[in-house]
Design a protein around this ligand. Sequence first.
Ligand code: ZN
Length: 577
Amino acid sequence: MNLLPFENLPVHTPRTFVPAECNLGDWSELEPLFDRLEEAIGAADDAESLQQWIVDWGELSAALDEESSKRYIAMTCHTDNEDAEKAYLDFVENIDPNCKPRQFKLSSLFLEHPNRMDLPKDRFEVFDRDTAVHVELFREENVPLETEESRTCQQYQKLAGSLTVEFQGEEKTLVQMGRHLEENERKIRQEAWEIVADRRLQEADKFEEQFEELLNLREKIAANAGFDNYLDFAFREKCRFDYGPEECLKFHDAIEQSVMPALRKLQAERREQLGLETLRPWDLAVDPLSRPPLRPFQKAEEMSEKTQRIFDRLDDQCSQDYQLMRELKLLDLANRKGKAPGGYQCTLSESRLPFIFMNAVGVQRDVETILHEAGHAFHALATRDEDIYAYRHAPIEFCEVASMSMELLGNEFLEEFYETAAANRARRTHLEGILSIFPWIATVDAFQHWIYTHPGHSREERTAAWLELMDRFGGDVDWSGYESNRANLWHRQLHIFLHPFYYVEYGIAQLGALQVWANSKENKAKALADYHASLKLGGSRPLPELFEAAGCKFDFSAATVEPLTELVSEELAKTTA
Ligand SMILES: [Zn+2]
């Protein structure tokens, strides 16, 4: 049974190294390929044969990556299918741990190679730099710890995805409950909010235990690699060559200084429009003028067609790219029980094609998500002809520029979904969302800075650190009577569990996306041309150069945050409800 939404994807580049019939889930067939690569680099005696070796190595890595992705896609599309789960876990537990030390060996052999410095510098400096970090951090004894980490992450996903509540006589997933927070009748949205918050709270101990298991594993991994704490390890591992913890702390400060006043102003407006004494947690998603919730579409397929029309109007490249994804069925967009929560874009590295996973239920947020994930997909398609596998991925800080720019640029054509007044309302909601997400990013990031620099902290101390950040970045929301829910709010932020420190990137990237958008207001054709050109670079250049190619500055101090906050505030004033 094929558990994948797509089948028989076209071949981009025929294999020349990995045998066509190779079973990528069978280590006995993979091991000889690693052996061959080790022998081949020994025989490579000039820069040219070393380059060919890099391409062969990339071919194997891409094939393995695609196999892993396919199993992940099958599992997240069918969390209730045991075979899918078994196949994914089998890869995580039996293939990954065998590959890792062999990949490490290949990286080391590359770094020791006498012709390494003869490779063209412009072309290979990023590859060389990143490979060196991989070797520097690798520890054999971390392989089983990382396997354990993946398994615990998968348990978190399973628990979070399995939660349902009984609401208005029906069993609903927590994702499905999201739309009820937009109900105009305050009692209903309060009830919907409470029932979801309490359902999560029932699992609070389990979430805490899972997190502590992860924390413990991560501290061991960092110590094994010779680091004082996991924060320093994570920054190095993420190849953050162009910024460090200091810059992140300054970013948090800039958000506190520039964004918080703008957000408090929006919250005050909302409170007045709703005619409330205080804003409660269930008052944040509803329309402040009590208009019925926006319903951009009924079925996921309708959403997809209208999204196509947006891209048709935006740009030829975007239009063709999205069309291709629809033709090849690289989209699984509708929410249904048994699907993992959230949305993601994942690249099938060997086919060099993107896949988009979503849980669309008919809200405006879904339109934002499809535009966002499509931006990632365009990035993957832009790098299809890049033969160095590592360069077909950009650093996350820039990947999110690709996706978040598309939200802002695509929003210009929201009339495909709505009348103009409703489209303006959706644009306004989006811009408010941008202003509100910065403080949440600062909270989640600062929380992790605290966690991983306070070894041996207690559960109570961790909660106190969280609450301090909620005071700093939570704005004017009244949580009285719901103190436990507030203290455990971070349990719903899957990045803290699954992808430590992978969150500030969204903030850095949002600054890039806002700059692309600001540029498009000056000269749309040039902004889009720069956008596509920067995507094409993939990961072949350092972050500041990728930003520059997109027409942006790589800077997240107050000097950048302040004027962009002003731009958003001005645009918000224009769309006044
Ligand atoms: Zn993204």
